[in-house]
Design a protein around this ligand. Structure first.
Ligand code: NAD
Length: 506
C-alpha cells in the first residue's frame, strides 16, 4: 500500500445549509463529522439537518417555483445560467476533485473526471433548455387545434448516494433546472462537501433565491420529510434498492412522481471470439473502477468455458498489479471503502462466497474490523467458480470483488446475466455482430455496452429495469423526467351544441 498522506493534511471544512438563497450558520447546532476513509482524520463538518430545516427548504422551493422567477423566464436565460455554472465548476475543478477524492476515497484521477463530467452535464442540459418544445396537432377536424406542451414538474427533491456525489447530482439537477423546476437536494451524509461547494457556484452564476436548496443530514430525518411532503411534486432518488422501497412507501400518501435509480449487479460477458486484450482491460476496469463502489460495476465475469482458464489466469496476473492506497496518490488504482460498516459488509461477502463453494484466486481480505486509523481498505479480490446459487452471484457487493462463473453458449450467458433481481447494466465482448445484437436484446437491463463498459455521454439515457428502478437520467429522456405534459385543445367556436334542445341562455 502506498501512502502520501503528509501533503493531504488540510484544515477541516465547515459548511452550512443552503436555504432560500442563503448559507445558514452552523454554529450552535448539531453537526455530522466526516472522517477520512484513509486515516480517520476529520475532513468536514456538516449540519445534521432537521425536519424543520427540510420543511423550510421545501417551502422556499415552492415559493420560488410559484413566483416564476425561474420556471417562467425565457428558457434561453435558464440556459445561460447553466452554462455559467458549468464554467465555474471547470474553473474550480482541481479543488472540487480533491474534496471528492478525500470524502469518497476514490482515486483522484476518477474524481477529476467526475468533476469534468459534471460540468459537461450542465452544458448539455443548457442545450436541452434551449431546444425544448411541444407539439401542435392539426388533424383533429378543421375547427380544432391542440397543443401538447411540456411544463416544469414543479418542486423536485433529489436524494443522493455517496459514490459519485457531484456527478450523480449533475445527472439530475441541471436537467431539472433546464425544465424550469426548483429543487431541494439532500446529499449523502458521508459526502456532502462538493454539493455544498456547488451552492456558492449557483449563487455566483445568478440562480435566484429558493430555486436550489441543500439540506444535509440523515435519511430518516431529512430524506423522509422529502418523501412525505405534499409540497414536493417529484422525488428523484439514487441509492440502494432497500432505501428506494422505503421512500416509495413513505411517499405513497402524496402520490408524487418518483424516479428510482437503484442498485445493480452487472455481468461482463466474454465470448471466445472477443478481442481478449480489450476484454481483459474492460473486465478489470468494470470490477475495480471507483473501488468497485459503482452501481454499474461489472461485478460478475461470465466467461465462455473454451477460454476461461487462460483468460482468468491473465486477469489474475493483471489484477495483482493494482495499487491499493491513498486516493490522493496519483499512482493508486483502488482506494478505501467509504466507511467501516461498508468494509465489514464487503469482507462478509468474501467469506460467504467462499463458504458457498467459491475459491479465492486473488485477495480475499482477512483484515480485522478497522478503527479508521488504518483506513477502510479491502484488497482487490477475485473469486472463481462462483455458482448461481451463491448469494454473491446475485447480491450487490459494492466493493473491489469480482466473481467468476463459466458459461457454454450465448443462451446460457443471457440466462445467467439475467438471474438477479437487478437490471441496471451489462457488458459483452465479442467480434460477432449477430451475437452482439441478440445478446444485447436478451439482457433485461437499462444499459448494455458492447466491447466497452461503464461508458457513456450526456446524450445517453441511464436507468434500470426490474428492481434497479425506473425513470431515466440524462439525454432527452432525462430532461422529460422533470416535465409534465399538458394538453390544450382549442375549438374555433363552430362546434355543434351538446344539447341542441336547450335554447340559448344569454
Ligand atoms: P443508501 O440507499 O444507503 O442512501 C442513499 C441516500 O438515501 C442517502 O442520502 C441517505 O441518507 C438517504 N436515505 C437513507 N434512508 C432513507 C429514508 N428512509 N428516506 C429517505 N432517504 C433515505 O445508498 P448509498 O449507500 O448512499 O449508495 C449506494 C447504493 O446506491 C448502491 O446500492 C448503488 O447501487 C446505488 N446507486 C445507484 C445508482 C444508479 O444510477 N442506479 C448510482 C449510484 C449508486
Amino acid at each position: 500500500m502506498s501512502s502520501s498522506m503528509t501533503d493531504t493534511a488540510t484544515a477541516i471544512r465547515r459548511y452550512g445549509q443552503f436555504i432560500d438563497g442563503r448559507v445558514e450558520s452552523a454554529d450552535d447546532r448539531p453537526t455530522i463529522t466526516r472522517h477520512s476513509p484513509v486515516d480517520g482524520r476529520e475532513l468536514a463538518e456538516i449540519p445534521a439537518g432537521t425536519r424543520d430545516d427540510t420543511v423550510r427548504a421545501i417551502a422556499a422551493a415552492r415559493r420560488a417555483f410559484d413566483a416564476g422567477s425561474w420556471s417562467r423566464i425565457p428558457a434561453m436565460d435558464r440556459a445561460r445560467t447553466l452554462l455559467r455554472i458549468a464554467a465555474l465548476i471547470r474553473s474550480d475543478a482541481a479543488r472540487l476533485a480533491r474534496i471528492e477524492a478525500e470524502e469518497t476515497g476514490k482515486p483522484l484521477r476518477y474524481a477529476e473526471s467526475d468533476i469534468a463530467g459534471s460540468a459537461e452535464l450542465f452544458e448539455y442540459a443548457a442545450g436541452l433548455a434551449m431546444s425544448a418544445h411541444g407539439e401542435a396537432h392539426t388533424g383533429l377536424g378543421e375547427d380544432c387545434t391542440a397543443l401538447v406542451v411540456r411544463e416544469p414538474a414543479g418542486v423536485a427533491a433529489m436524494i443522493m448516494p455517496w459514490n459519485f456525489p457531484l456527478l450523480l447530482l449533475a445527472q439530475k439537477l441541471p436537467f431539472a433546472l433546464a425544465a424550469g423546476c426548483t429543487a431541494v437536494v439532500k446529499p449523502s451524509e458521508f459526502t456532502s462537501g462538493t454539493t455544498l461547494e456547488l451552492t456558492s457556484i449557483l449563487a455566483e452564476a445568478g440562480i435566484p433565491a429558493g430555486v436550489v436548496n441543500v439540506v444535509t443530514g440523515f435519511g430518516a430525518e431529512v430524506g423522509a420529510v422529502l418523501a412525505e411532503s405534499p409540497d414536493v411534486d417529484l422525488l428523484s432518488f439514487t441509492g440502494s434498492t432497500a432505501t428506494g422501497r422505503a421512500i416509495t412507501a413513505a411517499s405513497a400518501d402524496t402520490a408524487k412522481r418518483l424516479s428510482m435509480e437503484l442498485g445493480g449487479k452487472a455481468a461482463n460477458i466474454v465470448f471466445d471470439d472477443a478481442d481478449l486484450d480489450d476484454a481483459l482491460d474492460g473486465v478489470l476496469f468494470g470490477a475495480f473502477f471507483n473501488n468497485g463502489e459503482c452501481c454499474v460495476a461489472g461485478a460478475r465475469l461470465l466467461v465462455q468455458d473454451t477460454i476461461a482458464d487462460e483468460f482468468v489466469e491473465r486477469l489474475i496476473a493483471s489484477a495483482r498489479q493494482l495499487r491499493l492506497g491513498d486516493p490522493l496518490d496519483e499512482s493508486v488504482d483502488v482506494g478505501p471503502m467509504i466507511h467501516a460498516d461498508h468494509a465489514r459488509k464487503v469482507r462478509g461477502h468474501i467469506v460467504s462466497a467462499e463458504s458457498h463453494g467459491g475459491r479465492i484466486a486473488l485477495g480475499g481480505d482477512r483484515r480485522e474490523d478497522d478503527t479508521g486509523a488504518s483506513g477502510h481498505f479491502v484488497d482487490p479480490t477475485i473469486i472463481v467458480d462462483v455458482a448461481e446459487e451463491s448469494p454473491e452471484f446475485v447480491e450487490e457487493i459494492f466493493g473491489p470483488v469480482l466473481t467468476v462463473t463459466r458459461f457454454s453458449d450465448a443462451a446460457e450467458a443471457v440466462r445467467l446475466a439475467n438471474a438477479t433481481q437487478y437490471g441496471l447494466s451489462g457488458s459483452l465482448w465479442t467480434k460477432n455482430i449477430d451475437r452482439a445484437l441478440s445478446v444485447a436484446k436478451g439482457l433485461r437491463s437499462g444499459r448494455v455496452w458492447v466491447n466497452t463498459t461503464i461508458d457513456g455521454g450526456p446524450q445517453l439515457p441511464a436507468g434500470g429495469m426490474k428492481q434497479s428502478g425506473y425513470g431515466r437520467e440524462m439525454g432527452n429522456a432525462g430532461f422529460e423526467e422533470f416535465t409534465e405534459i399538458k394538453t390544450i385543445q382549442i375549438r374555433e367556436g363552430r362546434r355543434q351544441k351538446a344539447f341542441p334542445h336547450i335554447s340559448d341562455i344569454s
